[in-house]
Design a protein around this ligand. Structure first.
Ligand code: ADP
Length: 188
């Protein structure tokens, strides 16, 4: 049974690594960013509401995210484990997740924090903007997302560390080296 939470700044490599590890462990990769981007592409009610915040580099309001996560974690394919990427992103979301997981009796294994310095992140995201055409990977939005990360999400590092649930991995290494470090964690 694998239940992992991936934490780290935008561009840390969470998505790339989470995909790989979820295949390895045969559990769904649940990325709130992917779910939201699909909703925007389909112009669903959620997508229409979320688009504005995403393009601004801001967090989508909790009221749009919490119900979605609840439904996703209660789906059949999540009973055998999961890998969360992009959630929780603030203390309210982390508190909500705690309550939800205790309600459905699914404690997580640990929180994996992918650590990458700011300069590296900005360079990576600008590159991704060129390659993938993601509308939130422009330099101004990247700066906002980093600031939002520092203010809202980074406090979760201490939140989980103080509960001895945090494992940090140096994300400023090649994809393969990071993957090896993560494999050791999931196979421990
Ligand atoms: P990155 O980590 O590279 O910024 P994501 O794909 O995780 O990319 O998220 C993209 C955008 O989607 C965020 O900037 C934010 O607007 C929105 N988003 C994703 N997850 C959440 C969440 N848990 N709470 C609020 N907004 C979110």
């Amino acid at each position: 049974m694998t239940r992992l939470i991936f934490l780290g700044p935008p561009g840390a490599g969470k998505g790339t690594q989470a995909k790989y590890i979820s295949d390895l462990c045969s559990v769904p990769h649940i990325s709130t960013g992917d779910i939201l981007r699909a909703a925007v592409a389909d112009q669903t009610e959620l997508g229409k509401k979320a688009e504005f915040y995403m393009n601004a580099g801001d967090l989508v309001p909790d009221e749009l995210i919490l119900g979605l996560i609840r439904e996703r974690l209660m789906a059949d394919d999540a009973k055998a484990g999961w890998l969360l990427d992009g959630f929780p992103r603030n203390v309210e979301q982390a508190t909500f997740l705690d309550a939800l997981l205790s309600e459905i009796q699914q404690p997580f294994d640990c929180v994996v924090n992918l650590d990458v310095p700011d300069e590296v992140i900005v360079a990576r995201l600008i590159q991704r903007g060129h390659e993938q055409g993601r509308s939130d990977d422009t330099e101004a939005t990247i700066r906002t997302r980093l600031q939002v990360y520092r203010e809202r999400t980074e406090p979760l590092i201490d939140f989980y560390r103080s509960r001895q649930q945090l494992v940090s991995v140096d994300g400023n290494q090649t994809i393969e080296v990071v993957t090896e470090a993560l494999k050791k964690i999931v196979q421990a």
